[in-house]
Design a protein around this ligand. Structure first.
Ligand SMILES: Nc1ncnc2c1ncn2[C@@H]1O[C@H](COP(=O)(O)OP(=O)(O)OP(=O)(O)O)[C@@H](O)[C@H]1O
Length: 250
């Protein structure tokens, strides 16, 4: 099991305490591509942040390959995040003073990995993502879709066992969003990378093998893809209209 989320709750403490997640339980097997959906404010990003160690669970456990990252010290944690996890966000978070290539290999350079290994990994990833021709460009010379592909390449250059993505197509037009989803599918199928992705878009979610739905911080339901993508897409839309809140986005 790549990811085990056990009895996870998150309570934001304040003048009035707010329970953003309540006893969430689910697993993600090696090679699975799982979507997280739910109305605005239901706790999707909080869940992803608790898994990615950006946020600290109030109770319960997150295990990545059997290890609980929340129990690691600072140095061990940053090593763990670099080796086990990859992150892709809505904003591409590229460094504008660096070239595309420098952005992608930055995590390896920071880890003092040898040049030969860096070139080999860069070659493999850039081939898979179709970005070979733009490696020497600057970040302001590329499109949004290309920028997201660079961010994905950077997240994958360490061969993480789990890729975490929060609305990775949120800033992209329909065509670029579809291309990014094709890339996620290729990564999932060819590199066998497990993926956990938050999205509010049912079409984007239909690329997953399974979608879990959250409502008011509770795990509400899950749907498996099966053999037919369009039936899966319809089931996702039905579930969203049932849950309410997101239907305007469709
Ligand atoms: N740091 C915080 N302090 C207090 N409350 C918070 C904090 N972060 C999030 N929340 C609350 O927790 C709930 C869940 O937020 P979260 O961002 O996880 O929702 P979401 O499902 O990702 O929403 P959206 O689809 O709109 O991005 C919201 O009601 C939000 O206001």
């Amino acid at each position: 099991m790549v990811l085990q989320v056990k009895n996870l709750s998150k309570i934001y403490l304040g003048k009035i305490n707010y329970t953003a997640l309540e006893r969430i339980e689910f697993n993600l097997k090696k090679g699975e591509f799982v979507g997280v959906m739910g109305p605005s404010g239901s706790g999707k990003t909080t869940l992803l942040n608790c898994v990615s160690t950006i946020d600290e669970p109030s109770t319960g456990e997150v295990l990545v390959n059997g290890k609980n990252p929340h129990k690691l010290g600072e140095e061990e944690l940053s090593k763990f995040r670099r080796s086990e996890l990859g992150f892709v966000f809505q904003d591409f978070n590229l460094v504008n003073t660096l070239t595309v290539k420098e952005n992608i290999i930055l995590p390896l350079v920071l880890d003092n990995i040898g040049l030969e290994i860096i070139e080999e990994r860069l070659n493999k990833i850039s081939k898979l993502l179709g970005i070979k021709e733009i490696l020497n460009k600057r970040t302001f010379e590329i499109s949004g879709g290309q920028a997201q592909r660079i961010a994905i390449a950077r997240a994958l250059i360490h061969n993480p066992s789990l890729l975490l993505a929060d609305e990775p197509t949120g800033n992209l037009d329909t065509k670029a969003a579809k291309d990014v989803m094709k890339i996620f599918t290729a990564i999932n199928e060819e590199l066998n990378t497990s993926i956990l992705m938050v999205t509010h878009d049912p079409y984007i979610a239909s690329f997953c093998n399974r979608v879990i739905f959250i409502k008011d911080g509770n795990l509400y339901n899950e749907i498996h893809k099966g053999d037919n993508k369009s039936i899966f897409y319809k089931k996702i839309i039905d579930m969203l209209s049932f849950l309410g809140g997101n239907i305007d986005d469709i």
